[in-house]
Design a protein around this ligand. Structure first.
Ligand code: IYR
Length: 230
Protein backbone atom coordinates (compact mmCIF):
# COMPACT_ATOMS: atom_id res chain seq x y z
CA UNK A 1 0.00 0.00 0.00
CA UNK A 2 1.32 3.42 -0.77
CA UNK A 3 0.20 6.46 1.13
CA UNK A 4 -1.02 9.27 -1.11
CA UNK A 5 1.27 12.27 -1.53
CA UNK A 6 -0.04 15.48 -0.04
CA UNK A 7 -2.08 17.22 -2.75
CA UNK A 8 0.14 19.32 -4.96
CA UNK A 9 3.36 17.72 -3.69
CA UNK A 10 5.37 15.00 -5.38
CA UNK A 11 6.41 11.83 -3.64
CA UNK A 12 9.21 9.38 -4.29
CA UNK A 13 9.33 5.63 -3.74
CA UNK A 14 10.58 4.65 -0.29
CA UNK A 15 13.86 2.82 -0.37
CA UNK A 16 13.69 0.39 2.51
CA UNK A 17 15.63 -2.80 2.92
CA UNK A 18 13.72 -5.53 4.72
CA UNK A 19 15.98 -7.83 6.75
CA UNK A 20 15.39 -11.25 8.21
CA UNK A 21 14.74 -11.52 11.92
CA UNK A 22 18.14 -13.17 12.51
CA UNK A 23 20.00 -10.58 10.46
CA UNK A 24 18.20 -7.80 12.31
CA UNK A 25 19.07 -9.24 15.69
CA UNK A 26 22.70 -9.66 14.75
CA UNK A 27 22.91 -6.10 13.44
CA UNK A 28 21.18 -4.64 16.49
CA UNK A 29 23.61 -6.41 18.82
CA UNK A 30 26.61 -5.46 16.71
CA UNK A 31 25.60 -1.79 16.68
CA UNK A 32 24.95 -1.74 20.41
CA UNK A 33 28.39 -3.23 21.08
CA UNK A 34 30.02 -0.74 18.76
CA UNK A 35 28.28 2.22 20.39
CA UNK A 36 29.02 0.85 23.84
CA UNK A 37 32.71 1.01 23.07
CA UNK A 38 32.53 4.78 22.55
CA UNK A 39 34.26 6.78 25.25
CA UNK A 40 34.49 10.50 25.78
CA UNK A 41 38.19 11.29 25.52
CA UNK A 42 39.86 14.34 27.04
CA UNK A 43 43.45 13.83 25.93
CA UNK A 44 43.96 14.11 22.19
CA UNK A 45 46.93 13.26 20.02
CA UNK A 46 48.07 15.95 17.57
CA UNK A 47 48.03 13.29 14.81
CA UNK A 48 46.13 14.66 11.82
CA UNK A 49 42.85 13.29 10.45
CA UNK A 50 41.84 13.90 6.85
CA UNK A 51 39.18 16.46 6.06
CA UNK A 52 37.38 13.88 3.88
CA UNK A 53 36.59 11.74 6.93
CA UNK A 54 35.13 14.73 8.75
CA UNK A 55 33.13 15.73 5.67
CA UNK A 56 31.43 12.34 5.42
CA UNK A 57 30.65 12.37 9.14
CA UNK A 58 29.09 15.81 8.69
CA UNK A 59 27.05 14.47 5.77
CA UNK A 60 25.79 11.73 8.09
CA UNK A 61 24.84 14.40 10.66
CA UNK A 62 23.05 16.36 7.94
CA UNK A 63 20.92 13.32 7.12
CA UNK A 64 19.20 13.55 10.53
CA UNK A 65 15.46 14.16 10.80
CA UNK A 66 14.41 17.68 11.78
CA UNK A 67 11.26 19.67 12.45
CA UNK A 68 9.51 20.22 9.08
CA UNK A 69 12.84 19.14 7.50
CA UNK A 70 14.16 22.66 8.03
CA UNK A 71 17.60 21.35 9.10
CA UNK A 72 18.26 24.17 11.57
CA UNK A 73 21.91 23.25 12.16
CA UNK A 74 25.26 24.68 11.23
CA UNK A 75 28.62 23.01 11.77
CA UNK A 76 31.54 25.45 11.92
CA UNK A 77 34.65 23.33 11.45
CA UNK A 78 37.97 24.64 12.67
CA UNK A 79 41.05 22.73 11.52
CA UNK A 80 44.22 22.66 13.60
CA UNK A 81 46.05 24.72 10.98
CA UNK A 82 43.90 27.72 11.93
CA UNK A 83 46.18 28.40 14.89
CA UNK A 84 45.08 31.98 15.53
CA UNK A 85 41.41 31.03 15.78
CA UNK A 86 42.20 27.97 17.87
CA UNK A 87 44.16 30.11 20.30
CA UNK A 88 41.29 32.60 20.60
CA UNK A 89 38.81 29.76 21.02
CA UNK A 90 40.82 28.18 23.81
CA UNK A 91 41.35 31.49 25.61
CA UNK A 92 37.63 32.35 25.49
CA UNK A 93 36.48 28.87 26.53
CA UNK A 94 39.00 28.63 29.37
CA UNK A 95 37.98 32.06 30.68
CA UNK A 96 34.33 30.94 30.86
CA UNK A 97 35.24 27.58 32.29
CA UNK A 98 37.43 29.15 34.96
CA UNK A 99 34.38 31.15 36.05
CA UNK A 100 32.23 28.05 35.87
CA UNK A 101 34.45 25.78 37.91
CA UNK A 102 35.35 28.36 40.55
CA UNK A 103 32.11 30.39 40.90
CA UNK A 104 29.22 29.69 38.60
CA UNK A 105 28.70 25.94 39.05
CA UNK A 106 26.50 25.10 42.02
CA UNK A 107 28.11 22.75 44.55
CA UNK A 108 25.99 19.75 43.51
CA UNK A 109 26.96 20.23 39.85
CA UNK A 110 30.63 20.35 40.82
CA UNK A 111 30.13 17.22 42.90
CA UNK A 112 28.51 15.43 39.92
CA UNK A 113 31.49 16.35 37.71
CA UNK A 114 34.18 15.49 40.28
CA UNK A 115 34.41 11.76 39.39
CA UNK A 116 34.98 12.69 35.73
CA UNK A 117 37.99 14.83 36.60
CA UNK A 118 37.08 17.72 34.30
CA UNK A 119 38.56 21.15 34.89
CA UNK A 120 38.91 24.56 33.26
CA UNK A 121 42.01 23.62 31.28
CA UNK A 122 41.14 22.87 27.63
CA UNK A 123 44.44 22.32 25.75
CA UNK A 124 42.67 20.08 23.22
CA UNK A 125 41.02 23.18 21.75
CA UNK A 126 44.45 24.02 20.32
CA UNK A 127 45.92 20.57 19.73
CA UNK A 128 43.17 18.21 18.51
CA UNK A 129 42.96 17.98 14.70
CA UNK A 130 39.31 19.05 14.47
CA UNK A 131 36.98 21.23 16.50
CA UNK A 132 33.38 21.44 15.33
CA UNK A 133 31.21 24.22 16.74
CA UNK A 134 27.56 23.23 16.39
CA UNK A 135 24.91 25.93 16.12
CA UNK A 136 21.11 25.69 16.34
CA UNK A 137 19.18 28.25 14.29
CA UNK A 138 16.37 30.00 16.16
CA UNK A 139 14.67 31.13 12.95
CA UNK A 140 15.27 31.22 9.21
CA UNK A 141 15.35 33.92 6.60
CA UNK A 142 12.07 34.74 4.85
CA UNK A 143 12.03 35.65 1.14
CA UNK A 144 11.02 39.25 2.07
CA UNK A 145 14.14 39.63 4.22
CA UNK A 146 12.24 39.02 7.46
CA UNK A 147 12.18 35.92 9.66
CA UNK A 148 10.25 32.71 9.62
CA UNK A 149 10.20 30.24 12.50
CA UNK A 150 11.96 26.90 12.72
CA UNK A 151 10.46 24.06 14.70
CA UNK A 152 12.00 21.83 17.36
CA UNK A 153 15.40 23.38 16.76
CA UNK A 154 17.10 21.98 19.87
CA UNK A 155 15.65 18.52 19.39
CA UNK A 156 16.68 18.51 15.72
CA UNK A 157 20.22 19.69 16.41
CA UNK A 158 20.52 17.23 19.29
CA UNK A 159 19.61 14.37 16.98
CA UNK A 160 22.05 15.56 14.29
CA UNK A 161 24.78 15.86 16.92
CA UNK A 162 24.08 12.29 18.02
CA UNK A 163 24.42 11.16 14.42
CA UNK A 164 27.73 13.05 14.18
CA UNK A 165 29.15 11.51 17.35
CA UNK A 166 28.10 8.04 16.16
CA UNK A 167 29.60 8.67 12.69
CA UNK A 168 32.93 9.89 14.08
CA UNK A 169 33.11 6.92 16.44
CA UNK A 170 32.20 4.52 13.63
CA UNK A 171 34.94 6.05 11.46
CA UNK A 172 37.47 5.27 14.19
CA UNK A 173 37.88 8.63 15.91
CA UNK A 174 37.59 9.72 19.51
CA UNK A 175 35.35 12.63 20.43
CA UNK A 176 34.69 14.99 23.29
CA UNK A 177 31.47 16.90 23.79
CA UNK A 178 32.53 20.18 25.35
CA UNK A 179 30.07 22.74 26.62
CA UNK A 180 31.79 25.96 27.63
CA UNK A 181 29.11 27.94 29.36
CA UNK A 182 28.00 30.47 28.30
CA UNK A 183 29.33 30.06 24.77
CA UNK A 184 28.07 33.20 23.07
CA UNK A 185 31.69 33.98 22.17
CA UNK A 186 31.40 31.30 19.50
CA UNK A 187 29.15 33.44 17.29
CA UNK A 188 31.81 36.08 16.85
CA UNK A 189 34.74 33.67 16.56
CA UNK A 190 32.94 31.44 14.03
CA UNK A 191 31.29 34.41 12.26
CA UNK A 192 27.78 33.02 12.73
CA UNK A 193 24.69 35.24 12.93
CA UNK A 194 23.22 35.89 16.40
CA UNK A 195 20.06 33.95 15.59
CA UNK A 196 22.17 30.80 15.57
CA UNK A 197 22.60 29.66 19.14
CA UNK A 198 25.80 27.75 20.00
CA UNK A 199 24.78 24.20 20.89
CA UNK A 200 28.06 22.49 21.74
CA UNK A 201 31.66 22.00 20.72
CA UNK A 202 32.66 18.61 19.42
CA UNK A 203 36.35 17.78 19.44
CA UNK A 204 37.51 14.92 17.22
CA UNK A 205 40.81 13.16 16.68
CA UNK A 206 42.89 10.29 17.96
CA UNK A 207 43.32 9.74 21.68
CA UNK A 208 46.73 10.64 23.07
CA UNK A 209 49.11 7.74 23.72
CA UNK A 210 48.19 6.17 27.02
CA UNK A 211 44.94 8.16 27.34
CA UNK A 212 42.80 6.99 30.22
CA UNK A 213 39.14 7.41 31.07
CA UNK A 214 37.57 7.83 34.48
CA UNK A 215 36.05 4.58 35.78
CA UNK A 216 32.92 6.55 36.62
CA UNK A 217 32.38 7.16 32.91
CA UNK A 218 32.17 3.44 32.22
CA UNK A 219 29.10 2.93 34.36
CA UNK A 220 26.06 3.03 32.13
CA UNK A 221 22.55 2.40 33.44
CA UNK A 222 21.11 -1.01 32.64
CA UNK A 223 18.26 -1.52 30.20
CA UNK A 224 15.86 -2.02 33.11
CA UNK A 225 16.87 1.37 34.48
CA UNK A 226 16.51 3.31 31.25
CA UNK A 227 13.52 1.66 29.60
CA UNK A 228 10.10 0.33 30.47
CA UNK A 229 7.95 -1.82 28.22
CA UNK A 230 4.33 -0.92 28.98
N1 IYR B 1 31.07 22.89 30.72
C1 IYR B 1 32.15 22.35 31.48
C2 IYR B 1 31.71 21.47 32.60
C3 IYR B 1 31.14 20.15 32.24
C4 IYR B 1 29.77 19.97 32.31
C5 IYR B 1 29.23 18.76 32.04
I1 IYR B 1 27.25 18.49 32.22
C6 IYR B 1 30.07 17.66 31.69
O1 IYR B 1 29.51 16.42 31.41
C7 IYR B 1 31.43 17.84 31.63
C8 IYR B 1 31.96 19.11 31.91
C9 IYR B 1 33.17 21.63 30.58
O2 IYR B 1 32.85 21.34 29.43
O3 IYR B 1 34.25 21.35 31.08
Amino acid sequence: MSSPAAPGFESAPLEFRFRSESEMRARATEFWLEMRSRRTVRDFSPQTVSREVIEDCLRAAGSAPSGANLQPWHFAVIGVENTALRRQLRAAAEAEEQEFYTHRAPAEWRAALAPLGTDASKPFLETAPWVIAIFAAQHRAAPDGGHLPVYYSKESVGIATGFLIAALHHAGLATLTHTPSPMNFLNELCRRPVFEKPFLLLIAGYPADGARVPKAALAKKSLGEIASFL
